[in-house]
Design a protein around this ligand. Structure first.
Ligand code: TXA
Ligand code: MG
Length: 338
């Protein structure tokens, strides 16, 4: 199959393909999604197959407006306020599900459904022209970093999907915040993202903690969080602290004769660029949102270099830095200092 690149002027053709049950990747403000029409069970099954995704990990349904009462079993009181405050935007809400609206495979046997309205005009137009919501897991092979450019999607799926709507580099670079509205203990964040706990609490008051919102003695999780996340073939060492820490780690791997890759801020690279065999800049240290935007591209870049160890710079765990560190910790095998 030839994977066609679509743009602003060819959205109608991409929508036609989706209606026919084909897979089309689309840009969002977070990462690219692998789209299929949410009413066609065979198309949705193909999404799982192409990604190599476990069949018990449900998909996010992408909608083009906030008028979702017709899709879900009920809109909890606080949901409307959240949608008004953050949609379109990088917030996925988990609603109680009404049977028979979406193809059964979408929710993978769960009694809830994840919905999100992306902040990307081309993709909203794609959903409108398709005439029905689209499933959209991140458009990467399971186990690879999520894609932040159309080229990343092509790298993983060239020849395997009908097309990609090219919207350029995504703005945020990390997947949406996932908020569960169906837990008895209260609203709970299942996955951190660009919309922070503090921002959500300004709209709906205190959230429950993931740990204390236990159901049947087990902490609720996004089903996807239990799977092995992206980790490069080479060990990633997460380094917290300044030059004194970096000097030690670099000296260690140098003495072992290892080829070193460094994924870090401009400031850090200014000092260590000559010591590394490959570098990838995460931008200025004062701009964690830039580091977040570039993280997955950096990990994909390092995968293609012949380095034996990747040293990555830790950022403050505040604001977007919480989501950034959540993803980087999943990719890393060690911390220094431990
Ligand atoms: O930013 C994003 O959310 C991107 C873009 C493309 O929209 N999509 C994305 O999809 O990251 P995916 O499939 O890679 O991650 C969806 C996460 C998974 O961890 C999944 O387990 C969780 O959402 N999820 C989906 N449906 C759920 C449900 N009913 N209950 C709890 N978690 C759910
Ligand atoms: Mg994903």
């Amino acid at each position: 199959m030839e994977t066609k690149i679509y743009g602003r002027t060819t959205i109608a053709e991409a929508a036609q393909k989706l209606r026919e049950g084909e897979l089309i990747a689309f840009p969002t403000e977070t990462v690219y999604g692998l789209g299929a029409i949410a009413s066609n069970d065979q198309a949705v099954k193909n999404v799982y197959a192409v990604k190599g995704r476990p069949s018990d990990n449900p998909l996010i349904v992408h909608v083009a407006d906030k008028d979702i009462a017709k899709f879900v079993a009920g809109v909890p009181e606080k949901a409307q306020a959240l949608m008004d405050a953050f949609w379109p935007g990088p917030l996925t809400l988990i609603f109680p599900m009404r049977e028979g609206v979406f193809a059964p495979t979408v929710t993978a046997g769960h009694t809830t459904v994840a919905l999100r309205m992306p902040d990307q005009e081309q993709t909203l137009e794609l959903i409108r022209q398709t005439g029905f919501p689209l499933v959209g897991p991140s458009a990467n092979t399971s186990g690879k970093p999520s894609p932040t450019t159309a080229q990343h999607v092509l790298h993983d799926f060239d020849g395997k999907i009908a097309g990609i709507v090219d919207g350029g580099e995504t703005d945020i670079g990390l997947e949406s915040t996932v908020l569960d509205l169906t837990n008895e203990a209260g609203l709970v964040i299942l996955r951190p993202g660009a919309i922070t706990k503090e921002e959500l609490e300004q709209v709906v008051g205190r959230l429950a903690d993931l740990e204390t919102a236990a159901k049947d003695g087990e902490a609720p999780k996004a089903p996807g969080m239990k799977y092995q996340h992206y980790a490069p073939a080479q060990p990633v060492i997460l380094i917290e602290g300044g030059a004194e820490k970096w000097d030690v780690v670099i000296a260690k791997y140098r003495s072992e004769g290892k080829r070193i890759g460094i994924l870090a801020s401009e400031e850090l690279l200014d000092r260590y660029r000559d010591e590394a065999d490959a570098v990838y800049s995460l931008g200025a240290k004062a701009e964690p949102q830039r580091a977040s935007q570039r993280l997955y591209a950096g990990l994909r870049y390092m995968d293609e270099q012949s380095v034996q160890v990747i040293l990555a710079e830790a950022y403050e765990k505040e604001g977007i830095g919480i989501a950034f560190m959540n993803r980087l910790e999943k990719a890393s095998s060690e911390k220094y200092p431990v």
